[in-house]
Write a protein that binds this ligand. Structure first.
Ligand SMILES: [Zn+2]
Length: 486
């Protein structure tokens, strides 16, 4: 029997034994992307971390309903309800409909998740698809006395809420500190208190995305959608809520306040937060010029990268740090992960060909227990991987004839590798990851070459242009035609 699963809960700032509210069912809500630009690697790390958690809970036999939203309205440029809506702004710049921006980046996000072999969530609800629920939640918060209206906008009254409840419970900060650290109210600000935040925002006539409400035309505040959608799909109280740790002080703190003000119940039992990515020890940011996109990492087409790395190498690299630690990108670290990934996969190939003996020189059950113990200790993937490398050593020694393994142990070890590498870590063999797409593109390149040879340039151009449309760029040179993702 394995030890119980322990999860670090941001709410209690300690590891707690995981107890599902209604086993074997588990409800998990993770804050998804705001689809106004290409998904960046920091987001990818968050979603890959929750993919591991989703996969591990499923592996343990839980039936997980995993809800991850798409923010397609209401996310303003600043957490303090200021600036333009990120999606509207991009739509204006590109002179397209906001929903075209949403479509483009939602599709792009899903493609990147698929390339990383992250499983799709059970439900992927959108903010614009749940305006009615958000209006209803706002109405109830007004009725319960935790919100107030000013000129067609509705604000959450943080100081009033804090008299009865603890507003800073998740961040561990008390309201006096928060008030001291908040800038003074500007003359234009219509909020009563410095910490108050918008539930519903009155739309100016030129605002591109707005809906009718009991308070006039407007749009929801960003924090509201997650409260409304988690409540709708997982109930008033569910098991796990997650996201990047940057969401703790404002977005998640406000979500909790909204849910409690709405129905009196704290929404989630376990709050899980992932740490950020750094590059050569510095925070990854667009302004520092050290942020790169997933496809730049795959092709190596970035000044900071010596070469490209396959999506599975990047996934393996991410798993080699615990989700609560920072993860530092450097060429050296990625090279080391690439070697490790290849060594692990090569050992798995050897494992399938080993011949059993009458006795085992290593205790495979102890190895198995250590792997599970690592995952049960707050999903500690780096320790689990280190334990699997002990398995790699055993496999290579058995192959070299310096160690031996019984048939029963061989089955246990094969199951262990299969479960951990593919089911839990979600890795794919390199063949799996690249071969299918690569084979199809190579086939299209062959067809294009024959068309060119026949002077059928409309077909050859159509193949090149269609491939580019779906993200693959062909490059002709003296050596022939190669392709990259764009
Ligand atoms: Zn959220």
């Amino acid at each position: 029997m394995q030890q119980s699963l322990n999860i670090y809960n941001t709410l209690s700032r300690s590891k707690e034994e995981f107890k599902a509210i209604n086993p074997p069912f588990v409800g998990m809500y993770v804050c998804g992307p705001t689809v106004y630009s290409d998904v960046h690697l920091g987001n990818c790390r968050t979603f890959i971390s929750f993919d591991i958690i989703y996969r591990y809970l499923s592996h343990l036999g839980y039936k997980v309903r995993y809800v991850r939203n798409i923010t397609d309205a209401g996310h303003l440029e600043s957490d303090a309800d200021e600036g333009e809506d990120k999606i509207s702004k991009k739509a204006k710049l590109a002179q397209v409909e906001p929903m075209e921006i949403v479509q483009k980046y939602t599709v792009g996000f899903r493609q990147v998740m698929e390339v990383f072999n992250a499983l799709p969530p059970s439900i992927e609800p959108t903010a614009t698809g749940h305006i009615i629920e958000q209006i209803e939640m706002t109405r109830k918060m007004l009725e319960n006395g935790f919100a107030y209206e000013v000129n067609g906008s509705i604000y959450f009254d943080v100081e009033k809420y804090n008299k009865e409840k603890n507003y800073g419970a998740l961040s561990g900060r008390n309201i006096e500190d928060l008030l001291n650290n908040t800038r003074e109210l500007g003359g234009q600000d219509e909020k009563r208190g410095q910490l108050d935040f918008a539930l519903w925002i009155k739309a100016k006539p030129e605002h591109l995305m707005q809906w009718p409400s009991p308070w006039g035309m407007g749009f929801p505040g960003w924090h509201l959608e997650c409260s409304a959608m988690s409540n709708k799909y997982l109930g008033a109280q569910f098991d796990i809520h997650g996201g990047g740790m940057d969401l703790i002080p404002t977005h998640h703190t406000n979500e909790i306040a909204q849910n409690i003000a709405f129905c009196g119940k704290h929404p989630a039992n376990y709050w899980i937060h992932t740490n950020m990515l750094t590059v050569n020890g510095q925070k990854m940011s667009k302004s520092l010029g050290n942020s790169f996109l997933p496809h730049e990492l795959f092709t190596g087409d970035h000044p900071l990268l010596d070469k490209g790395y396959g999506p599975m190498v990047v996934r393996f690299f991410m798993l080699q740090a615990h989700y609560r630690s920072t993860l530092d990108f450097s060429n050296e670290a990625l090279d080391a992960s690439e070697k490790g990934f290849k060594r692990m996969m090569a050992a798995y190939d050897v494992l399938k060909q080993l011949t059993p003996s009458d006795s085992s020189t290593s205790d495979i059950n102890v190895l198995k227990e250590r792997c599970y113990n690592a995952m049960n200790d707050d999903f500690n993937t780096p320790v689990a991987i280190a334990e699997l490398f002990e398995g790699v050593r055993i496999i290579n020694s058995v192959k070299a004839g310096t160690e031996s393994i019984t048939e029963t142990d061989l089955i246990t070890l094969t199951d262990l590798f299969q479960h951990f590498l593919f089911d839990i870590f979600g890795l794919l063999t390199e063949e799996h990851a690249t071969n299918n797409v690569g084979k199809v593109i190579d086939l299209l390149i062959d067809i294009r070459n024959s068309a060119k040879a026949n002077k059928d340039y409309s077909t050859s151009d159509a193949i090149r242009n269609k491939l580019l449309e779906i993200g693959y760029q062909l490059k002709d040179s003296k050596e022939g035609t190669s392709w990259t993702t764009v």
